[in-house]
Design a binder for this molecule. Structure first.
Ligand code: SF4
Length: 193
């Protein structure tokens, strides 16, 4: 028995391994209408559960600020002061949980985001300068101007600032590719450093 194990209940079977995931990986219903590629829970979650890894669902900042009738928006639209403030507050709560679990000997395997999202992208996020009144005649042109920028989404950026200095690693599901990078994410989370 190690010093760390001393005092622990031997019949307690928790793994003490935890991953933080973006909200919609456990609840596709939070996504912008028309964008859900699975009914409820992403296949990544099933695999994490089978491995005995605890899963913490972070709040959906878009749902919390713009509700379920929101349009798909770009990073530039979400880079406003109010949304950044919301993401900072949500990230502070995540940081507090990380500190508490680590203080008590739990292992934080990482954070999993959703690439392409202007809010939860890790390697890239939807980017484009649009906004204003909906104009059907110009809509196709506006939508086609959106591109993928090699920047994290606004919520993930706030998490990076707080968690990367602590050595927390970030991974992402990418729904634009076959398999969504699930295998890579699992390998990364479970790799011993
Ligand atoms: S904001 Fe993040 S958690 Fe919410 S639907 Fe978009 S990717 Fe998922």
């Amino acid at each position: 028995m190690t010093t760390e194990d001393a005092g622990r209940n031997p019949v307690d079977s928790r793994s003490r391994r935890i991953v933080f995931v973006c909200h919609c990986l456990l609840n596709a219903n939070s996504k912008v209408e028309g964008l859900a590629q699975y009914a409820g829970v992403h296949p990544l979650i099933t695999q994490l559960a089978a491995l005995g890894i605890g899963i913490i669902q972070m709040p959906c900042a878009e749902m919390g600020s713009c509700g379920m009738s929101r349009w798909g928006q770009t990073r530039e639209q979400y880079e406003n002061v109010a949304f950044r403030g919301l993401c900072a507050r949500l990230s502070d709560e995540t940081l507090a949980q990380v500190h508490e679990y680590r203080r008590c000997g739990y292992e934080i395997l990482g954070v999993v985001g959703v690439d392409g999202s202007p809010t939860c992208g890790v390697a890239n996020s939807a980017s484009g300068h649009w906004g204003g009144e909906y104009a059907p005649a110009e809509w196709a042109e506006v939508v086609s101007s959106v591109e993928s920028a090699p920047l994290p989404g606004v919520h993930i950026e706030a998490l990076f600032e707080r968690l990367e200095p602590l050595g927390i690693r970030f991974f992402a599901i990418d729904e634009s590719v076959e398999g969504h990078h699930v295998d890579e994410v699992i390998r990364g989370l479970t790799a011993t450093e």
